[in-house]
Design a protein around this ligand. Structure first.
Ligand code: BTN
Length: 243
């Protein structure tokens, strides 16, 4: 059985709920959990993700990867989600969102959406049992002046949240099951906020500055330092600041 939708008025976190459901029942592949509000929304690196009612849409997609899914291609799942979100926004509005590697969607220099991909992995067999991709989009149909200096919002008067979510889900399904990775990566790169710019990052306690050059087939960021050294960054290892 493919796909199922669960709708919540309020929940602690759709990702957390997805994990609870995975432990208690047999979910269909591509089950979607959508909530109007989250009381304990989670971001990456243990951060909280503010998820108030009325100014956003919060959802998680649960899927079961095929046998050959490599557990080091998580960045690619997030990249597929990011591409799906920008495509969905471009399809339903006249906005031109950009992607900040690896998982943030920006509009007018402010973050409007975050993605949190989590997986249930058996490290011994390297088998990935399930993946939960959670997406939170700050979205309003009424203009709210300056949510905060860093957090922005997608403001689209005549857009239903259901249309936006449906479009993202549709695009994500295509990205996961039909589109070649090369196509996804080229769409990702064409929306990239970092490529060609200097980035600051920290790796194993050392701070670096380098130019973002490319995104490789695994979704890693390739950077070049001023002494021409190339480095490959995976999202799990570094935090990139500034632009
Ligand atoms: C980030 O920006 O660090 C990632 C934010 C991810 C937020 C979404 S909202 C739906 C899903 N449930 C959560 O608790 N987090 C993700």
């Amino acid at each position: 059985k493919e796909s199922d939708v669960r709708v919540y008025e309020t929940i602690d976190s759709t990702n957390t709920e997805a994990k609870r459901l995975l432990n208690s029942e047999n979910l269909s592949n591509f089950t979607v959990l959508v909530s109007d509000e989250q009381t304990a929304g989670r971001g990456r690196r243990g951060k909280t993700f503010k998820s108030p009612k009325g100014t956003g849409v919060y959802f998680s997609i649960v899927f079961f990867p095929k046998e050959d899914f490599s557990y080091n291609s998580f960045d690619l799942v997030t990249i597929k989600a990011a591409v799906s979100i920008v495509k969905a926004i471009e399809k339903t509005t006249d906005k031109k969102p950009e992607i900040k590697w690896v998982n943030d969607i920006f509009l007018n220099h402010k973050k409007i959406c975050g993605i949190l991909t989590e997986a249930d992995i058996d490290f011994e067999s390297k088998k990935v049992h399930s993946i939960v991709t959670g997406i939170g989009i700050n979205f309003t149909t009424e203009f709210i002046d300056e949510l905060s200096p860093i957090a922005g919002s997608l403001y689209a008067e005549n857009l239903l949240r259901s249309e936006l979510v449906a479009e993202v889900i549709n695009e994500f399904y295509k990205a996961l099951y039909y589109k070649p990775d090369e196509e996804i990566l080229s769409e990702y790169k064409s929306h990239s906020l970092l490529l060609g710019r200097y980035v600051n990052f920290e790796l194993n306690g050392t701070k670096y500055e380098a130019i973002a050059k490319d995104i490789n087939e695994k979704g890693n960021l390739i950077v070049q330092t001023d002494d021409s050294k190339l480095m490959t960054l995976s999202s799990g290892e570094v935090s990139v600041r500034g632009q």
